[in-house]
Design a protein around this ligand. Structure first.
Ligand SMILES: Nc1nc2c(ncn2[C@@H]2O[C@H](COP(=O)(O)OP(=O)(O)OP(=O)(O)O)[C@@H](O)[C@H]2O)c(=O)[nH]1
Length: 440
């Protein structure tokens, strides 16, 4: 960690009614005293004049001082709530910059310090980042649960079960002949390890849901040129994002908009119409279309005639797709013989609500409560898979002996510890002693 006392504007874009400048580090007290004359009472909102190094008043604002270690970052912290004019904020920031030991914070540095000082684990830090980035209600709820420790508590409870199991095995290995240790104690933990492997599996099943809520459902509009793909994107986005013309091959690049459907994020992609072409730019667009199809959770296959063969447009994509017939205002609303899921017109708006309902069916439904503790990143999923593999290896390698089984459980705990960023250190002996009064 780079040393020093850091400061930054922590509130949003300027100008604003109020701007919040945050300070964290060992010289925080000195800095506040220099700016405000004295350090205000801890954790109390205090109205103060904020002055530059010549003693000239820059602004009046609310000053809050939070002594470490019980602060956001674990260090001495302060917040200056000042008027949010650009010049005012710039003047306060430059007054801070000339104080010895102070420097502007790097991106994410307050949270990084909070992590390094044990105020938040990695999963909570990620949750906080997601909470700040959340744009839909479901993203907010999921991130809120993660930032406030919901997911970490679950992982910690699993880490405890692993630690307990390892402690029992250690006890059996080291003290099996002593009277204090009940015989064959290690056998009792295997059923719990079975149950834990299942708990992890159930939880990992939710990873897809967590990732969709966090990253948005990726919906790609594909189909032949001139089918009305860009018109559909614009219609759903309620603005002119993509250029619409009656010239086939207008869209050359993959464009996207973020939609909010019932509180869930949907990333909608408009792609170049797929066709044989010698145009270099259009060919590059078609290559990009194929790439985005590989990432899609759902494809909207749009066509203004009914002879479109899905296979021509889906390439290697094997996920779900909806066959949509466009321009129903021209071609009529009678469903043609070919299988069509929805008929729409972006001119009249007919069928679009129906289409949104169809998309909604591919979104998860989150219940309030424990279901919100879901893995949200590939990193979580990978760690959980590794953890479970080691638990299963421990369960299956009975003939290898307790030493090897214990080692697998250690690796399982390590994989879990890597998710939360907590290193599973020597708490093993504590558990043995608390459970068995060894040593009397
Ligand atoms: N009548 C009618 N015309 C439409 C509708 N949707 C699109 N169009 C027209 O169809 C033409 C092509 O529309 P685009 O949205 O550019 O089609 P595209 O599939 O993105 O075309 P490419 O960029 O060539 O792949 C334009 O002239 C649109 O105005 C519709 O629902 N009804």
């Amino acid at each position: 960690m780079r040393a020093g006392t850091i400061f930054a504007l922590s509130s949003g874009g300027l100008p604003s009614g109020v701007a919040v400048i945050r300070i964290s580090g060992p010289d925080c007290r000195t800095a506040v005293a220099q700016l405000c004359g004295a350090v205000p009472p801890e954790r109390r909102a205090s109205l103060r004049s904020i002055r530059d190094r010549n003693g000239d008043v820059i602004d009046q604002g609310i000053v809050l001082f939070f002594p470490g270690p019980n602060s956001f970052s674990g260090e001495d912290c302060a917040e200056l709530q000042i008027h949010g004019g650009r010049a005012t904020v710039a003047a306060v920031l430059s007054a801070l910059g000339v104080i010895d030991g102070l420097r502007p914070a790097e991106a994410g540095e307050f949270s990084r310090r909070a992590f390094l000082n044990g105020r938040m684990d990695l999963v909570e830090v990620e949750g906080l980042a997601d909470l700040i980035a959340a744009e839909t209600e479901m993203q907010r709820r999921l991130a809120g649960e993660q930032a406030s420790g919901g997911l970490s508590r679950l992982y910690d409870s699993w880490a405890k079960r692993l630690t307990h199991a390892r402690a029992m095995i250690e006890a059996e290995l080291d003290f099996a002949d002593e009277d204090d240790v009940p015989g064959s104690v290690a056998a009792s933990i295997w059923s719990d390890m079975h149950a834990l492997a299942q708990d992890i599996l159930n939880h990992t099943d939710g990873a897809r849901v967590g990732e969709i809520v966090r990253d948005g459902l990726k919906v790609v509009i594909a189909g032949p040129p001139n089918a009305g793909k860009s018109s559909l994107l614009n219609y759903l986005a309620q603005r002119d994002v993509a250029i619409v013309t009656d010239v086939p091959g207008t869209t050359r690049d993959v464009l996207h908009v973020d939609l909010d459907i019932g509180g869930y994020a949907v990333r909608l992609y408009d792609t170049a119409g797929l066709r044989e072409t010698d145009d270099v730019v259009e060919r590059e667009g078609i290559r990009r279309t194929r790439l985005s199809l590989q990432q899609a959770d759902l494809v909207l296959l749009l066509s203004d005639d009914d002879v479109t063969d899905a296979a021509d447009f889906l390439g290697n994509f094997s996920g779900p797709f909806l066959r949509i017939r466009s321009k129903s205002d021209i071609f009529g609303e009678t469903l043609p013989d070919r299988a069509i899921d929805v008929m729409i017109s972006t001119k009249s708006g007919d069928g679009v609500d129906d289409l949104i309902e169809r998309i909604r069916a591919y979104l998860p439904t989150l219940e309030v409560g424990n279901a919100l503790a879901l893995p949200t990143r590939a990193r979580h999923r990978d760690g959980l898979v590794t953890c479970r593999e080691h638990i299963l290896a421990a369960l299956q390698n009975v003939s290898a002996g307790l030493d090897i089984q214990a080692e697998h459980l250690r690796l399982a705990a390590q994989a879990l510890g890597r998710i939360t960023g907590r290193v599973d250190v020597e708490n093993l002996l504590d558990v043995i002693f608390s459970e068995f009064c060894i040593g009397k």
